[in-house]
Design a protein around this ligand. Structure first.
Ligand SMILES: C=C(O[C@H]1C=CC=C(C(=O)O)[C@@H]1O)C(=O)O
Length: 370
């Protein structure tokens, strides 16, 4: 079924113009933002408005797609045939050897006391025949709790993903962020998982790190309780963190959060150096962030508990909603490059870390191999 939103995206792709399609967690509506020329815009201080796409490397340019046109539509998503268990964990000996070596090196550096935690990753390439739009529609139909997107800029490329992690969500001067780390495969029978020491410690390090970088920068900082959340076939540990920031400080807040230790490590600079030296590829936009920056939204609220319509009032404010670019891939005609990683601490087992990256790759493989 061709809809005006999907038709517009196809047309933009054919004309090689920038656009993004996205569906927020638990929403039915698909959004499209379309830029009418192919200029590559960069963000300078996060006072801009549009859809941002940021690389992992916080020294590189954050890209902005300008909102020349914004469309919204409720579209019937594509459902996939594959059952949860049809994609097998593979044992690619060469890739596994290199990854396990990197985890061992990371553990050596952690034991030497230089780094406390580092997130290492790898990529996985495979042939694909599906179009980026078809893959996007399957992601939307499969992962209702994730932020699903298809992003295209002719000067950069095409990316897709279904991420479970919020970097920052803000309206006015209040914000929410989260510490998300620790992974285990969902077992059909367990309603909620039991967590081991390694995962609990790994996630606590991320929560403490976020608390430290925000302290002094924000007011009313509140750190919630640990909860287990589902992301496709995986469980993660999550802690919600909220607070208020001063007018004009959104950019500095984003810059201090990214990259969190859920995707880089502790301390940030040494972990980033380890990643740059030991991962044999450039992460590009994997573990960067993406989403709406300073978009105008209408909020309506009832001022009366009896819910009388004439008491409802509306206000127009700007809102920002950014997600960490996880469970993502770069799409090229005929080829997909998937990116997956995991947090390494003193207690990591290299074989288990490999299996964890294989499990994480299934989020996209399930849709690609359908
Ligand atoms: C780096 C990734 O996940 C992060 C987010 C959640 C759990 C993670 C973990 O358990 O290691 C990672 O910190 C990835 O999916 O590639």
């Amino acid at each position: 079924m061709l809809t005006s939103l999907i038709e517009k995206a196809r047309d933009h792709y054919l004309q090689q113009l920038p656009f993004v399609l996205y569906r927020k967690p638990k929403e039915a509506k698909i959004n499209g933002i379309f830029q009418s020329d192919d200029v590559l815009h960069g963000v300078t201080d996060f006072s801009e408005s549009g859809f941002v796409f940021a690389p992992f490397d916080d020294d590189d340019t954050v890209i902005l797609i300008k909102v020349d046109e914004k469309l919204e539509e409720i579209i019937q998503p594509a459902h996939i045939q594959a059952t949860l268990d049809t994609v097998e964990v593979t044992d690619d000996v060469f890739a596994k050897g290199a990854f396990v070596d990197m985890v061992e090196k990371a553990k050596d550096v952690i034991h030497s006391g230089d780094i406390e935690k580092v997130v290492v990753s790898r990529k996985k390439e495979l042939p694909v025949s599906a179009s980026a739009i078809d893959i996007f529609m399957k992601l939307v139909g499969t992962y209702e709790n994730a932020f699903c997107y298809l992003w295209h800029h002719p000067k950069i490329g095409t990316w897709l993903g279904a991420t479970p992690e919020i970097l920052i969500k803000s309206t006015g001067n209040s914000f929410t962020t989260m510490s998300l780390a620790g992974t285990q495969l969902a077992n059909g029978t367990d309603p909620v998982p039991t967590w081991g020491e390694k995962e609990l410690e790994e996630q606590q390090l991320v929560t403490d790190y976020i608390g430290r970088v925000l302290e002094g920068k924000v007011t009313k900082l509140e750190i919630g309780v640990k909860e287990s959340v589902r992301a496709g076939r995986l469980w993660h540990l999550r802690t919600k963190i909220t607070g208020n920031f001063k007018k004009g400080e959104l950019g500095s807040l984003i810059r201090s959060l990214h990259p969190t230790s859920a995707v880089c490590g502790i301390p940030k600079d040494r972990a980033k150096k380890f990643i740059m030296e030991h991962e044999s590829y450039n992460r590009l936009f994997y573990t960067g962030f993406l989403g709406e920056l300073n978009l105008t939204k209408e909020f309506s609220r009832n001022s009366n508990s009896r819910n009388q319509e004439n008491n409802a009032y509306r206000s127009v404010r700007t809102a920002t909603e950014l997600f960490v670019n996880l469970r993502c891939m770069m799409w090229e005609p005929g080829k997909a490059t998937l990116f997956v990683g995991g947090g390494i601490t003193a207690g990591s087992n290299p074989q288990k870390e490999w299996e964890e990256t294989e499990n994480k790759s299934q989020t996209l493989l399930k849709v690609l191999l359908d």
